[in-house]
Design a protein around this ligand. Structure first.
Ligand code: GLY
Ligand code: MN
Ligand code: MN
Length: 462
């Protein structure tokens, strides 16, 4: 867990970067289908970053040196049902706060300030509407995140991770390795996709973690965010599992592995798999401080284009293909994103958080989906996740294909439809002089993968 003193230091840094009072609000519990049945509660990541508070309905007011945590007070009888401590002071003290007030007093506390505080949006627009009314400032998730000074300060603080945060991600990575390896071992022809997903997620749960996003577990890896898991592991197909572990402190990981259901790659599967692995290796090798993340993407794209050339899919040389964006016919997404308290960390703050100053999205198909284009700094954690996919709908998309026809042999690409999709993804820490792959314990060489697939049943390892 992150120490209360670390949260306090973060608040000090925030106060130094932003003039005037600041209001941060946490999320409320959300009903799923009736009042008794809520969605599992997950705190807003920025609120978590500055408070460590995992209670619904909390808020934090920073006014000069005065820090007040607002916590919901409770009907004394509720303790019979949920056992939560009624003593606000004790709950706040555990988080390192000396001052606490009941959350219902937040409006009067805000009204008593000489000027309204700067406030930040949360991913819940009912909550934003209430806070907007309180502070007289528009707040909408993604569209109006808050005043520039506050938003920029939060981005600056959250964008690089400190040693305690990286330690949390290492712990998540160790759990994730068990889950991925269990899923590989349980894979064999005839097993339902949802069984493998259940085993993967049970392994996380048994270790106290949860999925950091909806797990993708499918023999149709060419459907990029395929969350259905309603198929069966068919002999001869590739199975793609893209899943992450989130530990109780909120830190996420995000790893994809792809393996043959039978435990043996066919020659074609192996050729494409080795190309993705080589693309990922080239991308990871490019990660170091000062490198523009787009270069990581292009390093991987060039390897994918070489694969296309080797397989007779190109009418031009690989570098020309990358310049034209022809590789995007089989590698249509960006090579990755930041990972931190959110799996696509800071993405909802918009490109101001994830693109460098003066940089904007490319208009080229493929490159337009590059989620970050920052100069890498020590402490950033990024994914490197190239893939190769044969997507009938994309190959039939005239708007994308027509401008690229002169660069590719479309029939040679179409000939691979049916292979599905391959992605290999790891989480990479930018260090002072290079990088460290935080999720490197999860096997990915063809030989190591083949040695694990189908070697165990659906038992949950601990
Ligand atoms: N599954 C989401 C991602 O890998 O970015
Ligand atoms: Mn992923
Ligand atoms: Mn990812």
């Amino acid at each position: 867990m992150i120490a209360p003193s670390t949260h306090a230091a973060r608040r000090r840094r925030l106060r130094a970067l932003v003039d005037g009072p600041i209001l941060l609000v946490g999320l409320d519990a959300r009903p799923r289908n009736q009042r008794l049945v809520s969605f599992p509660f997950r705190q807003d990541s920025t609120f978590l970053y500055f408070t460590g508070c995992r209670e619904p309905g909390a808020a934090l007011l920073l006014d000069g040196d005065e820090e007040t945590l607002f916590l919901p007070d409770r009907d004394p009888r509720e303790v019979i049902w949920d056992g939560i401590d009624l003593d606000l002071g004790a709950r706040a003290a555990r988080l390192g706060f000396a001052r606490v007030r009941p959350a219902r007093e937040l409006p009067e506390a805000v009204a008593a300030l000489p000027a309204p505080p700067a406030a930040l949006a949360v991913p819940d627009d009912a909550r934003n509407a209430a806070i907007s009314a309180l502070v007289g400032q528009p707040l909408r998730w993604v569209e109006a995140m808050g005043p520039d000074a506050l938003v920029d300060a939060v981005i600056r603080l959250r964008r690089t991770l400190g040693p305690e945060e990286v330690a949390e991600q290492r712990a998540a990575a160790a759990i994730l390795a068990r889950a991925h390896h269990a899923a590989m071992a349980a894979s064999r022809p005839g097993v339902p996709e949802r069984h493998v997903r259940a085993l993967f997620e049970a392994t996380l749960a048994a270790a106290g973690a949860v999925p950091s996003f909806p797990t993708i577990a499918t023999v149709h890896g060419e459907v990029l965010h395929n969350e259905r898991a309603d198929g069966v592991l068919e002999d001869g197909r590739l199975f793609l599992l893209d899943g992450g572990a989130e530990v109780p402190s909120g830190y996420a990981t995000d790893v994809t592995r792809t393996w043959p259901v039978s435990g043996r790659f066919t020659p074609r599967q192996r050729a494409a798999y080795e190309a993705v692995l080589a693309a990922q290796t080239a991308g990871i090798a490019a990660v170091r401080p000062g490198v523009r993340y787009r270069e990581v993407h292009l390093a991987a794209a060039r390897v994918v284009a070489r694969f296309m050339a080797d397989e007779g899919m190109l009418r031009c040389d690989p570098d020309t293909a990358v310049e034209a964006g022809a590789h995007a016919l089989i590698f249509p997404h960006g090579v990755g994103h930041l990972v931190g308290l959110d799996v696509h960390d800071l993405e909802d703050f918009g490109d101001r958080a994830t693109y460098g100053p003066g940089r904007s999205r490319s208009e080229q198909f493929g490159l337009a989906f590059l989620r970050i284009d920052l100069d890498l700094e020590p402490g950033m954690v990024v994914t490197v996740e190239p893939g190769i996919y044969f997507i009938p709908a994309l190959l039939a998309d005239r708007e994308v294909v027509e401008p690229l026809r002169a660069h590719v042999h479309l029939d040679r690409i179409a000939d691979w439809v049916g292979l599905g999709g391959i992605r290999i993804e790891d989480d990479v820490l930018v260090t002072d002089d290079g990088h460290e792959v935080l999720t490197g314990a999860i096997v990915k060489s063809p030989a190591e993968i083949e040695a694990r697939v189908g070697t165990a049943g659906l038992a949950i390892p601990t």
